[in-house]
Design a protein around this ligand. Structure first.
Ligand SMILES: C[S@@+](CC[C@H](N)C(=O)[O-])C[C@H]1O[C@@H](n2cnc3c(N)ncnc32)[C@H](O)[C@@H]1O
Length: 236
């Protein structure tokens, strides 16, 4: 099942330009300060790059995108193609299941950096049980050992008491992940977002190892249903 692809998703993303602006800027600011010494970027779950920054992509010589949604490739080229061309960046947009093909992609492109662009939190909807989700995520992170990779993903999502129009979203917050601060950070962050029960755990709590520096951001995906995003970068 693909809840974030297809015409409906692109229509919603196009209409949400203003509503998603703060999150988009926070993602760009976070990406810009990551030290990534690579020329080739593989972007998985790229969609049309609604939340992605052309300026950041222009730091690479070659950007390769992957998405299972057949509309993603033409729309991504439409949104980012000319900016990348102007900067001399080669762009290749692929349609297909990059998560299943990940071991092959990693083998074929041993020097590329990999960025999971808000896709790992979707695995919860593509598997039948919590165990299956956790195992799939574990298999993915295991395959990435020794690689430069990053991810921004849903940590949790759910209804909120506030309106994005009247109460600004909490600003991005960076911390080192740790068992000692996990419960405290979850409560603090959900409180800041005005979360109203029940919230969905996207089971991404172990994507990054303890000690990884992560940045938490609020994403008012719908006016009354928000996502808590977690972003991090791993260098071997
Ligand atoms: C939340 S959207 C990503 C938004 C996107 N990063 C942006 O800035 O617009 C998640 C995307 O992941 C894609 N996706 C889900 N499973 C995938 C898979 N196994 N391989 C490649 N793409 C996948 C979906 O089609 C969807 O476009």
């Amino acid at each position: 099942m693909n809840l974030t692809g297809g015409l409906h998703w692109h229509w919603r993303a196009w209409r949400a330009d203003v509503q998603w602006a703060q999150t988009r800027i926070e993602i760009e600011n976070w990406l810009q300060v990551q030290a990534i010494d690579k020329d080739h970027l593989i972007l998985i779950g790229a969609s049309a790059g609604w939340m992605m920054s052309s300026a950041w992509l222009s730091r690479f010589k070659y950007v390769e995108t992957w998405d299972i949604d057949p509309l993603a490739a033409p729309l991504f080229k439409m949104r980012h193609g000319s900016a990348l061309r102007r900067q001399g960046v080669r762009l290749k947009c692929n349609t297909g299941d990059a998560l299943t093909q990940l071991p092959m992609l990693l083998r074929e492109q041993p020097r590329a950096a990999i960025f999971f662009d808000n896709v790992l939190g979707q695995i919860r909807f593509q598997t039948h049980t919590i165990n299956q989700t956790e195992n799939r995520l574990r298999t993915i992170t295991k395959a990435l050992r020794g690689r430069h990779w990053g991810s921004i993903h849903d940590r949790m999502s759910g209804p909120v008491e506030r309106s994005w129009m009247t109460t600004p979203a909490p600003v991005a917050h960076t911390l080192a992940l740790g068992a000692a601060n996990e419960v405290q950070e979850t409560q603090r962050w959900l409180g800041h977002m005005g979360a109203k029960s029940p919230w969905l755990d996207h089971l991404t709590g172990e994507v990054f190892k303890e000690g990884t520096e992560v940045t938490h951001m609020a994403w008012p995906m719908q006016p009354d249903y928000w996502h808590w995003l977690q972003a991090g970068w791993v260098t071997p």
